[in-house]
Design a protein around this ligand. Structure first.
Ligand code: MLC
Ligand code: AMP
Length: 506
């Protein structure tokens, strides 16, 4: 039976070829990955998971976690990865909203998370990092040990759902972006061709695998080309410097590149053999692009995407990679830049909202038809909320955002969610949360608070939000103010606050 995504991703592989090398010396061949994902699919089926069921996963990064994604694809289940930084309160929301049949969680968090799963009526299993020192990596892997290595894949059509990835929302409520088999496969095949991935490539993989970048862009493009990965648990400079000589491609968020540039071991010689450096998920400063080129002689290839759309535009592989731009629409993807008020298409050089249409664009938001209708036009164009212009050579420039969004180290943070958490704190009259320039994370979260009285304790308020918000969303600084600046309509003027606090981390 045909399974659109699995068949497409595994069509180029040589069974003996290495898919992933791990820092502990273990490796997975393509055949090994197929067998392990078959075992995992049997385990899922044995738990009663069926096509269309959601499988929510919050586990530390491991190749087995990636193979759990493949197992879901094979079974027709919908993979729902969750950021490892999310607190139990945040997880409770996702499980309540997505109603997964199964929640797989880090064994180290089992005590608290089991109750969260029980409340959401999801089956609970654990998966940790398997290694020679840790052969007992949780109940899921234990169950897989005796499972069969052959699995009859479920039949899945291009439109069947493969994954739901939650993105934060302007109202503070996260939305689940539903991605189909063809959304993922079409993008993987396009990226493989556009970036010239082949079976000779070795991708240095240091991104988390609960977001589009590390999960789909990196892993799907690798699989589609039959390439290999060096699969690191996270970004850390020592490991990157150690493994760059054995790699040919690296993908990263801009923070990866600024951190590398600040390390004296990162030299032209270290990377002269590298075929490609790719950046995305947040704006790469032209300054970083230029410094990188001055040091290494190589031009980082910047691309632009979103959870809802996978990858939309990319600088060219052969042509000029222009600093400060995200290049051209990918083959098969249409981009238009429209007036935010009228929706009319704008001329070159005019700034408007970037809209995108193509096989990469998601199906809609999980159980939020109104939100879907607000952002996905009937003619198929998705309104990204990014402000952009096209220059006269056709390069797209992302110049800002119409959505109130902070991107810190490649993670999205919606200020509303942080404001709601702060406003709940004793002594807070109101708050405004802004992003300000940060040398490491690009932008950092700053909370501006109007206290109810002089005895407000900012440290205590910050301590209290730790239970509600993942670490990366927590304000890195708290500023006290008498009143928030407002316009005549009563709307908080965040631009004034951003100007006032823009030097906070310089
Ligand atoms: C970690 N911290 C962050 C943070 N990452 N705070 C704000 N923003 C972040 N991104 C916190 C830590 O918890 C820690 O808190 C403190 O900041 C310093 O941490 P660190 O050790 O310096 O950070 P590190 O663990 O090295 O992580 C930084 C990072 C990581 C950049 C390597 O954030 C990362 O891998 N980012 C990639 C995100 C990503 O994949 N985005 C793709 C989304 S998909 P404390 O309290 O301990 O000091 C998408 C679509 C597309 O956007 O186009 O790709
Ligand atoms: P996410 O919702 O996590 O998928 O983040 C998507 C958002 O990241 C986009 O809407 C953009 O605002 C931003 N983004 C991704 N890539 C780039 C880029 N190369 N330059 C500027 N912004 C980017």
């Amino acid at each position: 039976m045909s399974n659109h995504l699995f068949d497409g991703l595994f069509s180029q592989h040589n069974p003996e070829a290495i898919l992933a090398k791990l820092p502990d010396g273990r490796s997975y061949s393509y055949q090994g990955a197929i067998e392990t994902s078959a075992r995992f699919a049997h385990v899922l089926a044995g738990f009663g998971i069926q096509k269309g069921d959601r499988v929510a996963v919050q586990v530390p990064k491991s190749i087995e976690a990636a193979l759990l994604y493949i197992a879901c694809v094979r079974l027709g289940a919908i993979f729902l990865p969750l950021n490892t930084a999310y607190t139990p309160a945040e997880i409770a929301y996702f499980l309540g909203d997505a109603t997964p049949a199964l929640f797989v969680c880090d064994p180290a968090k089992a005590d608290v998370m089991r109750d969260v799963a029980t409340t959401a009526k999801a089956r609970f299993e654990t998966m940790g990092v398997l290694s020679s020192n840790n052969p007992d990596a949780g109940s899921f892997i234990t169950a897989a040990k005796s499972a069969d290595t052959d699995f009859q894949n479920a039949s899945c059509a291009p439109d069947d759902l493969a994954a739901i990835l939650y993105t934060s929302g302007t109202t503070g409520r996260s939305k689940g972006a539903m991605l189909s088999h063809d959304n993922l496969l079409s993008n993987a095949l396009t990226l493989k061709d556009h970036w010239r991935f082949t079976s000779d490539d070795v991708l240095l993989h240091a991104l988390p695998i609960f977001h589009t970048h590390g999960l789909f862009v990196a892993i799907n493009a690798t699989l589609a080309a039959g390439s290999s990965m060096i699969f690191l648990p996270a970004f850390d400079l020592d490991s990157i410097i150690h493994y760059l000589p054995s790699s040919s491609v690296m993908m990263g968020v801009p923070t990866f590149y600024t951190r590398l540039l600040s390390d004296a071991r990162f030299t032209k010689d270290l990377v002269s053999h590298m075929r490609l450096f790719i950046s995305g998920s947040a704006p790469l400063l032209a300054e970083t692009h230029n410094q990188f080129e001055a040091l290494t002689g190589q031009k980082i290839l910047e691309r632009y995407g979103m959870t809802e759309t996978n990858m939309n535009t990319s600088n060219p592989y052969d042509g000029a990679r222009r600093a400060g731009t995200v290049g051209f629409p990918l083959p098969g993807v249409e981009v238009q830049i429209c007036d935010p008020e009228t929706g009319a298409q704008l001329a070159d050089e005019e700034i408007g909202i970037l809209e995108v249409r193509g096989p990469n664009v998601f199906v809609g938001y999980w159980q939020m038809p109104e939100k879907t209708a607000e952002e996905l036009r009937e003619n198929g164009f998705f309104i990204t909320g990014d402000l952009a212009k096209k220059d006269t050579d056709g390069y797209i420039h992302i110049v800002g955002r119409s959505k109130d969004l902070i991107i810190s180290g490649g993670y999205n943070i919606y200020p509303k969610e942080v404001e709601l958490a702060l406003d709940d704190e004793a002594g807070v009259l109101e708050s405004a949360v802004i992003g300000v320039p940060h040398p490491d994370f690009g932008e950092a979260v700053v909370a501006v608070i109007v206290p109810e009285s002089d005895d407000f304790d900012p440290a205590q308020a910050l301590e209290n939000v730790k239970e509600k918000l993942a670490r990366f969303k927590q304000p890195k600084r708290l500023e006290i103010i008498d009143a928030l600046p407002r316009n005549t309509m009563g709307k908080v003027q965040k631009n004034i606050l951003r100007d006032r606090y823009q030097e906070s981390f310089q």
